[in-house]
Design a protein around this ligand. Sequence first.
Ligand code: IPE
Ligand code: MG
Length: 247
Amino acid sequence: MDGNGRWAQQRGLPRIAGHNEGVESVRDTVEACGQLGVKYLTLYAFSIENWKRPDDEVSLLMRLLMRALRDETDKLHRNNVRVSTIGETSSLPREVRDELLDTITRTGNNTGLNLCLALSYSGRWDITRAVRSIVESVTGGKTDPGSITEEVFAGHLSTREMPDPDLLIRTSGENRISNFLLWQTAYSELYISKLYWPEFRREELYNAIEDYQHRERRFGMVSEQVRPDPVPPPPPGRIELKNVSEL
Ligand code: IPE
Ligand code: MG
């Protein structure tokens, strides 16, 4: 989610006005994903590098996050959304952590959209942490180095309970990953939207998904290997009857 500051600047407003409006985009996107039947949505809300921003912007962002969680948890719960986080959340202010814990606990048994908030997250942090955890397991005699496969490695990442993303959307026209899910996006389809995040609403989400639906994901193979088998025509002389419920 990028471009909040530029959106505000363009209108002669303080950066926080862009962050505020960005919350509306989050609301619309989450709601649309739930309605579309998307199973996993991860929002890159705050990177480890974002801590280096001026103190007043960081604290306003934290306050905004807290307020959004407080205001939205009931609705998220009603909509069967299950909230989780990835990132070094221990660095977040106490009040934010309390609010997060409340949201995560209350929505923990929901079975609809899995909404994952990347907070104080960075891809390199995630990978480094996984390495540390594997090394500990090896030195503790629990893991044989020869048994470390890609799957084993992925099992030590913060995203171990999620599938790799199919589609990565970045807003504000920047062509960068910016330390997001580095390992996990190896074969994700990228969609760069020109819109600033506060302008991003479900219409642009639909554009991204439609674009994605026309991609051919080859995963290093050739087209013939991944093309779905054509539906065979019905045998001659047989009339295909439609299922009654479809009539
Ligand atoms: C994204 O918008 C929000 C966060 C990173 C928290 P930015 O704040 O990065 O907006 P720009 O890039 O300055 O326009
Ligand atoms: Mg930015």
